[in-house]
Design a protein around this ligand. Structure first.
Ligand code: NDP
Length: 246
């Protein structure tokens, strides 16, 4: 364990006790911008200790926010993070980092691009869960949140969206299966695993036309995560609380 993380976790716990007494820690991937960054701010404002993971740490640690280097596409980077976090309890792990890849449809489908999207969006969350399982078992929150997308739903994804997102949609469908399988496999450990759709959010990925502000989406997601219990494990829900069909 690095002393900075241990120290920040201790300070965060001390600072938090008078307000909510939870002493909880959340880890967020893809925390450099967009929804990930908003989730970091939302949890930090609520008194949580936040481990904000990003490819190029650029924000100095502030208060109970610890920034950690993590390229989710690189198994070596995941292993290095797990080593640095050895012994640190994590209550909630949020797999948020994602890429969209080529959006040109079948005509421009490129094998390497497709596999990279699958690697980042579907494989990386599984590798991270495996690497940080000891941390999750040390924590008492025991929740894994996969930020998915309604566009990865077989039942709803193509109902009203017209785009060329083959790789992205397939990756989120694969992530959803990972949610379901992990929920089954980790039930005995008391770990709840869910897929959450954040809405159409104004970020680099969502674009300026998107309907929801990142802060609103992050606040809504946190409320859902707070209310997630073991009975909810293996579900796919939207930021507005609606159940999304797989
Ligand atoms: P953005 O494109 O705005 O941000 C993506 C984040 O993921 C960035 O922080 C980026 O880091 C990070 N990231 C990408 N690749 C890697 C990597 N290899 N290792 C580490 N971090 C990486 O996306 P959003 O904030 O909009 O999306 C957040 C989540 O919400 C995603 O899972 C997305 O699929 C999902 N979602 C978003 C919707 C929307 O409307 N915005 C709709 C439905 C789902 P860096 O700065 O280094 O590139």
């Amino acid at each position: 364990m690095t002393s900075s993380i241990a120290e920040t976790a201790r300070q965060g716990e001390a600072a938090r006790r008078p307000t909510d007494g939870s002493g909880r820690t959340v880890l967020v991937t893809g925390a450099s911008r967009g929804l990930g960054r908003a989730l970091v701010e939302t949890y930090a404002n609520a008194g949580w200790t936040v481990i904000a993971c990003m490819r190029k740490p650029m924000h100095a640690a502030a208060g109970a926010i610890v920034t950690e280097q993590l390229d989710v596409a690189d198994p070596g980077s995941i292993a290095a993070l797990a080593r640095r976090l050895d012994g640190v309890a994590i209550d909630v792990l949020i797999n948020n980092a994602a890429i969209r890849g080529d959006t040109g449809g079948l005509a421009s489908l490129d094998a390497d691009d497709f596999l990279e999207v699958i690697r980042v969006n579907a494989l990386a969350p599984l590798l991270l869960v495996r690497a940080l399982l000891p941390n999750l078992l040390t924590g008492s929150g025991r929740k894994i949140v996969n930020i998915s997308s309604r566009s990865g739903s077989l039942a709803e994804g193509t109902l009203d969206d017209e785009d060329g997102d083959y790789a992205y949609r397939c990756s989120k469908a694969a992530m959803n299966m990972a949610t379901s399988k992990l929920a089954h496999d980790l039930r005995g450990d008391g770990i709840a695993v869910v897929s959450l759709h954040p809405g159409w959010v104004r970020t680099d990925m969502g674009g300026e036309e998107a309907k929801i502000d990142v802060a609103a989406s992050a606040a809504a997601l946190k409320a859902i995560i707070d209310g997630t219990d073991r009975a909810a494990s293996g579900t796919f829900r939207s930021y507005d609380g609606r159940q999304v069909s797989w």
